[in-house]
Design a protein around this ligand. Structure first.
Ligand SMILES: [Zn+2]
Length: 377
């Protein structure tokens, strides 16, 4: 998922899912209104209306249609989100931006749920657009020309949205459908690799068509597809590398620990001696009760170092993983919490410690392995 800019505001919440509006949306809305307004004659012709019958000015119609298009995009994303949720995947929010919307999922979807989550959006758009166009026929005679034009164009654009999103230009919906179908015959990473290549071919094709025809939007779409495809592939490479290992494969088993009753002065001495800036705190039964760092010592006045004990000053929250967890979940925890190390704990007992550089070691090992199999005998 592409996160290029982060400035957005929540405008509504639908069934617990915040709908957010990105700043780029404010730029594109008047642009769309203008483009639709300028082409109102063509659109009217398609809808079987003459411009003479319209009572609302073209640019007001343009603005109404631009707004309704973004409502359609929001509904399309909600369809993705609801199906994802039914598969047990949490939805953080839906963000509407420059070129449509993005439903931010809390977990990456594996092959199991991807097909239906990806299909849900285009299916919704197709049905919604189809129903609008279908209803227009019997109702046309009783509706004002402006309303007819709005319903027709909205229906047409939703059907278009469905088809456009179903092009296999990964990471588009169609690209995800392609990946999940490919993943049935090969590994998820290999499927991602193929879908990414197809996506990039589409990106180049869009860019060339955009350049030749002067359609700026198409060039922008090409750019987003290219960046999106590359990012998703990289992410999957990293995840694949980390999923091969367990935390226990790379953790350090021998950990220096301190006892909660140790005086702060002695802790400081130990820190200077062993050059560690933090220690796990372990009680008599070898159970992890917390951890203590240099920062905790700073909160104690110097003349109290002899009398204070670790259990009075230890503050830092213990973020831990289990030895059997895969390395990818350790990587996620360490990145989310933005810390340098994780305690490895099983049934309350400290089993070891794993650092950021241990995790990166796994990535390097895996890359080497892959190079070897490529060159190998
Ligand atoms: Zn979609």
């Amino acid at each position: 998922m592409i996160v290029l800019f982060k400035s957005s505001v929540t405008i509504a919440t639908v069934s617990g899912i915040p709908i957010r509006l990105h700043v780029s949306f404010l730029l594109i809305l008047p642009f769309f209104a203008l483009v639709i307004g300028n082409n109102i004659e063509t659109i009217a012709g398609m809808a079987g209306v003459t411009t003479g019958e319209l009572s609302v000015s073209p640019y007001v119609l343009g603005l109404i249609l631009a707004l309704l298009l973004f409502v359609s995009v929001a509904l399309h994303e909600l369809a993705h989100a609801f199906v994802a949720r039914s598969q047990g995947i949490g939805i953080r929010d839906i963000t509407l931006m420059l070129l449509g919307g993005v439903a931010q999922m809390e977990d990456e979807i594996e092959e199991r749920g991807e097909l239906w989550v990806a299909l849900a959006g285009p299916l919704f758009s197709l049905v919604f657009g189809g129903v609008l166009l279908f209803l227009l026929r019997p109702l046309a005679a009783s509706l004002a020309a402006d309303v007819r034009l709005v319903i027709y164009y909205l229906g047409f654009m939703n059907v278009f949205l469905a088809f456009f999103n179903m092009l296999p230009a990964f990471p588009s919906d169609g690209g995800r459908v392609l990946r999940s179908l490919l993943a049935r015959h090969t590994t998820f990473l290999q499927a991602t690799r193929i879908a990414t290549s197809v996506g990039k071919i589409f990106a180049f094709a869009f860019a060339i068509i955009g350049l030749l025809s002067g359609h700026l939007i198409l060039i922008l779409i090409a750019f987003f597809i290219y960046i999106g495809a590359s990012q998703e592939y990289q992410f999957n490479v990293v995840r694949d590398a980390f999923s091969e290992f367990k935390v226990s494969d790379l953790m350090t088993h021998e950990v220096s620990t301190v006892h909660p009753d140790l005086p702060v002065a002695e802790l400081l001495e130990l820190m200077l001696q062993e050059r560690h800036s933090g220690y796990p705190v372990v009680d008599d039964e070898e159970r992890l009760v917390g951890c203590v760092t240099m920062y905790d010592i700073q909160s104690v006045p110097k003349d109290a170092w002899e009398s204070s004990r670790i259990n009075e000053i230890m503050t830092c929250e213990v973020i831990h993983v289990a030895p059997g967890d895969d390395l990818f979940s350790a990587f996620k925890r360490i990145s989310e919490a933005d810390i340098g190390r994780l305690m490895v704990v099983q049934d309350g007992d400290l089993k070891g410690i794993i650092t950021r550089s241990d995790i990166m070691k796994a990535y390097r090992l895996r890359t080497l392995q892959e190079e070897q199999t490529r060159v190998g005998p």
